[in-house]
Design a protein around this ligand. Sequence first.
Ligand code: NAD
Length: 350
Amino acid sequence: MKKIIITGGAGFIGSHVVRRFVTNYPDYQIINLDKLTYAGNLANLKDIEDKPNYKFVKGDIVDLEFINKLFEQEQPDAVIHLAAESHVDRSITNPLEFVMTNVVGTVNLLNAAKNLWKGQYDQKRFYHVSTDEVYGTLGDTDMFTEKTAYDPHSPYSASKASSDHFVRAYYDTYGLNTVISNCSNNYGSFHFPEKLIPLAIHNITQQKPVPVYGKGENVRDWLWVEDHARAIDVIFHKAANGTTYNIGGHNEWKNIDLIQLLCSILDKKLNRAEGESAKLITYVTDRAGHDLRYAIDATKLKDELGWEPSITFEEGLEKTVDWYLHNEEWLNNVTSGNYQDYYSEQYTNR
Ligand code: NAD
């Protein structure tokens, strides 16, 4: 039996990874380690919480003593590390929190793994989940490959870049069996509505202004979250030690075009006149240091491990919109309380 600690399993991507591993690998023991910050929500895992191969542990990866004790007690065979502060806007307001969780938290986990697995690194695996934002911004035509030099611009991407460097350093220095993947923007169910797509769906359905940074010219590659979880599964099981893979959807969208598409999907689903939802689009002052374009070349992952996205963006977006329309209670729960304070601070006085 394989015991895997998945960190950040109550978050958006983490919950999809936990569900996939618990469901597809009944002979694995999955421990979801999560601090349950504002972004962590155990309601994301209601359907699998009673499975015998699943366990939740509440804890902070920044707490060194707790992490060391947990590794001693549980004796995991692998770590899939997703826990992070993940929202760029919040990193601009509070960079230190990002350094603590994303950098110090990652090094705490690496250290615990290094100490516990001494002498048996070849049988163990530390998988670090990262972002394409570490590569910085692109011109019109080029793409990020695994060889692109790191050039982070936001406190979030700087903290993720730093954590990636530490993971590589533990492979190079100590021989810890590590793997890293850098993925583009994800979308799908259970996505906290501070991020572009769920925020837009939420506001359009509520007839509230839909904030778009600058002129909406920024370009992002989008990947359905369940395809990301499947890529993590493939890489976890098949990648060689010390390797890195880019994960992406070959699916670039200008923010404004994406929002227009969502508006027209929702016009139809909500029986509104065509163009009605688009009237809600409201341009707000651009995010400081906003990278213009990200695009991922995921050829290595396709050629070496055979992974490709399973659905088109149009299919994924339709599924996502339907999920939000059918899960109003989930949405209402996460948009009450502190969310209101954050929201009014972020999008007013501009
Ligand atoms: P998220 O914000 O939805 O979830 C993060 C989870 O980590 C939450 O459950 C939170 O409670 C937990 N967490 C935060 N600080 C913690 C701490 N100190 N100790 C323990 N748990 C803590 O994030 P996400 O969007 O699901 O992203 C998951 C990972 O994937 C992150 O590492 C992120 O950098 C990476 N990533 C995200 C995207 C994306 O589009 N969302 C794209 C590429 C990579």
